[in-house]
Design a protein around this ligand. Structure first.
Ligand SMILES: Cc1cc2nc3c(=O)[nH]c(=O)nc-3n(C[C@H](O)[C@H](O)[C@H](O)COP(=O)(O)OP(=O)(O)OC[C@H]3O[C@@H](n4cnc5c(N)ncnc54)[C@H](O)[C@@H]3O)c2cc1C
Ligand code: SF4
Length: 563
């Protein structure tokens, strides 16, 4: 570490977006410091449960008591005995829920890249045009064509599997071969697409190496074995994470320094130079405060923590939070609406089965209000569905012992179908985060107050999904269709976005088209906080593309002496 703590670039956060910023900056020759509040997690070495079988866990994988003690993170489907060490427990990092909000976090090197579900769908031109056409939020300062080459750039390196479907609402990318749908999913696909000319069913694109290219083997990564134990960390490096991919690649350049256990407190603003000069850091273990300096700073602490750091970055120039001349910092927080589910059974194909545990599902890009406004709600939803033989894991839930018990497990049950929505939440000014005036964390940093809610528009979207989903299931031949409103709070979708939105006008947005603060060009935000709207696609591939694009721009600007 240089004696004067100075680098070319600082990246705050080592998750999906920070990993990409670091990789690009290091590839371009910048001495880059990555500051990460959590502990070090080294690829392979620090995946303690990755090869364990169910009977090797003390509680056979079930952690009901821990879930009761941690009701927020306990509601996350991926939180279990095998993965709990990668999730923040409720009491460790408290926050204030002005309205119910399940804030799911992963504080470690790699962030949530270790525990994400790896679904990676590009946005389409309709998504970027949405706010301007429908009159909400502000117009995006970029369009699909601005991001398309950067989607390609990150897809080639990360390794994304998928079919080339030729659907304009879900553009194709640089794909490795797709996972196969099973026979019931295929049959449903055929019947749904025959019944509607505006609806497409495709295999979900996901960040798995189905057939590694040389760029992946150079990263030390190998082919996916379809075990679907991914949330434990993959021993093959077969899914994309910062730990298996971007960070080790950046380290190989010799330009990367990672400093774990470094809680970033705030950005330092140099009033004379009129730009940011570095960040204040508190050592998570010793509480010692240190300052680090750089010419360019990327804030990638994940949406809500990025908002927190900026709100906490007070200076004479920015008394209301970093870059916050227009009072919009922390506002227009948005998320994906996951409340609608449907279940059903599918009769037929009882003589058919499938092998492996495929880590993706069939999906349908949004088909509502795509070309024009045509419903009584704004925007729409994406649909995911999957079919499986019931009882594949019923051994864990059934009573019994001996040969009769074993024999009862040999016959698979009926085909069951699960369908869910991923709705676009239209951002509203009232949905916001702010700093608590009195509650602090153990490092003396104010706790975050989260005030975010479902809207009337979200309720209408849920109703429409239940109607349309039921109709599609009927046309596909499903029976016993049941609709469910989980009534879950926002946050559990783990796709929080906004608060530091991009836009064309400094009066109505915080960041310009390169993710640079309008009023402090050497600071960039490229995680979910920068998102002007949410669209319906899983967001992380868009965060990756924005991060890579902004990092390359920052290097060019630095060379030109503009920042
Ligand atoms: C169970 C689950 C399933 C998901 N499935 C999908 C999916 O299928 N597709 C998809 O697109 N997305 C999915 N996501 C969401 C995805 O994980 C996030 O969108 C993505 O990780 C965001 O990247 P990020 O870099 O913004 O944040 P993160 O990956 O969370 O990284 C942020 C990092 O910043 C660090 N940090 C925070 N505050 C500070 C601070 N003050 N100082 C220093 N460091 C700090 C954190 O410790 C963390 O390491 C899922 C998430 C979960 C948990
Ligand atoms: S399904 Fe593939 S990516 Fe997931 S743990 Fe298994 S081999 Fe790794």
């Amino acid at each position: 570490m240089p004696e004067n703590n100075s680098y070319d670039a600082i990246v705050v956060g080592s998750g999906i977006s920070g990993g990409w910023a670091a990789k690009e900056l290091c590839d371009k020759g910048l001495k880059t410091l990555v500051l990460e509040r959590g502990r070090m997690v080294e690829h392979l070495k620090d995946y303690p449960t990755t090869t364990l079988d169910p009977w090797q866990f003390e509680h056979r994988g079930v952690v009901d008591e821990i879930k009761r003690e941690n009701p927020v993170v306990g509601r996350c489907y991926a939180f279990e005995e095998a993965t709990q060490h990668f999730f923040v427990k409720d009491k460790e990092h408290p926050y204030v829920q002005e309205k119910p909000f399940d804030w799911i976090r992963g504080y470690q090197v790699g962030g949530k890249s270790l525990i994400w579900a790896r679904q990676t769908q590009r946005w389409s031109k309709y998504d970027f045009e949405g706010p301007a056409r429908d009159g909400f939020a502000v117009d995006w300062p970029i369009r699909y064509d601005d991001l398309a080459p950067w989607y390609s750039h990150v897809e080639r390196f990360a390794g994304i599997s998928g079919d080339r479907d030729g659907v304009d609402t879900l553009p194709d990318g640089e794909f490795l071969p797709a996972f196969e749908m099973n026979c019931v999913e295929k049959e449903m696909q055929k019947r749904i697409m025959a019944a509607y000319n505006d609806r497409h069913v495709v295999q979900g694109r996901c960040a798995h190496l189905t057939k590694p290219n040389p760029i992946h083997t150079q990263q030390g990564r190998a082919q996916c074995q379809a075990r679907h134990l991914c949330y434990r960390g993959c021993p093959y490096g077969a899914y994309f994470s910062s730990n298996s991919s971007t960070l080790p690649w950046a380290a190989k350049t010799g330009n990367l320094t990672i400093r774990p256990d470094s809680v970033v407190h705030s950005i330092i603003y140099d009033e004379q130079k009129q730009k940011a000069s570095g960040v204040r850091v508190i050592d998570a273990r010793t509480n010692q405060a240190t300052e680090f300096f750089a010419k360019v700073i990327f804030i990638n602490a994940a949406c809500l923590n990025t908002n927190l750091i900026l709100l906490n970055s007070i200076s004479k120039r920015f008394p209301n939070g970093f870059g916050n001349d227009n009072g919009l910092l922390g506002k227009y927080i948005a998320f994906h609406n996951y409340r609608g589910n449907l279940t059903a059974v599918f009769e037929g194909f009882e003589d058919r089965y499938y092998y492996g545990r495929r880590p993706t599902a069939a999906m349908m890009p949004n088909f509502r209000n795509v070309h024009k406004q045509e419903t009584d709600f704004q925007r729409g939803y994406m649909v995911h569905y999957s079919a499986e033989r019931s009882g594949w894991n019923r051994g864990a839930g059934l009573d019994g012992i001996g040969p009769d018990y074993k024999n009862s497990l040999l016959e698979p049950g009926e085909w069951q179908v699960f369908m869910m929505m991923q709705g676009e939440h239209v951002p509203l000014e009232k949905d916001h985060v702010r700093l608590s005036p009195d509650l602090k964390d153990v490092w003396g940093i104010p706790q975050l107050v989260i005030s975010v809610d479902h809207s009337e528009n979200d309720e209408k979207i849920i109703k429409d999904f239940h109607e349309q989903g039921r109709q599609m299931m009927e046309k596909a031949g499903c029976k016993n269709i049941v609709d469910i409103d989980t009534r879950q709070a926002p946050g559990l979708d783990i796709h929080e976005m906004g608060g530091v939105r991009m836009g064309k006008d400094p009066k109505t947005s915080m960041l310009n088209k390169w993710n640079q603060f309008h009023n402090c060009p050497n600071v960039f935000v490229t995680d979910g906080a920068c998102m002007t709207s949410t669209a319906t696609q899983n967001p992380s591939i868009t965060f990756m593309a924005l991060s890579a694009r902004a990092a390359n721009f920052a290097v060019d600007e630095l060379k030109k002496g503009n920042i």
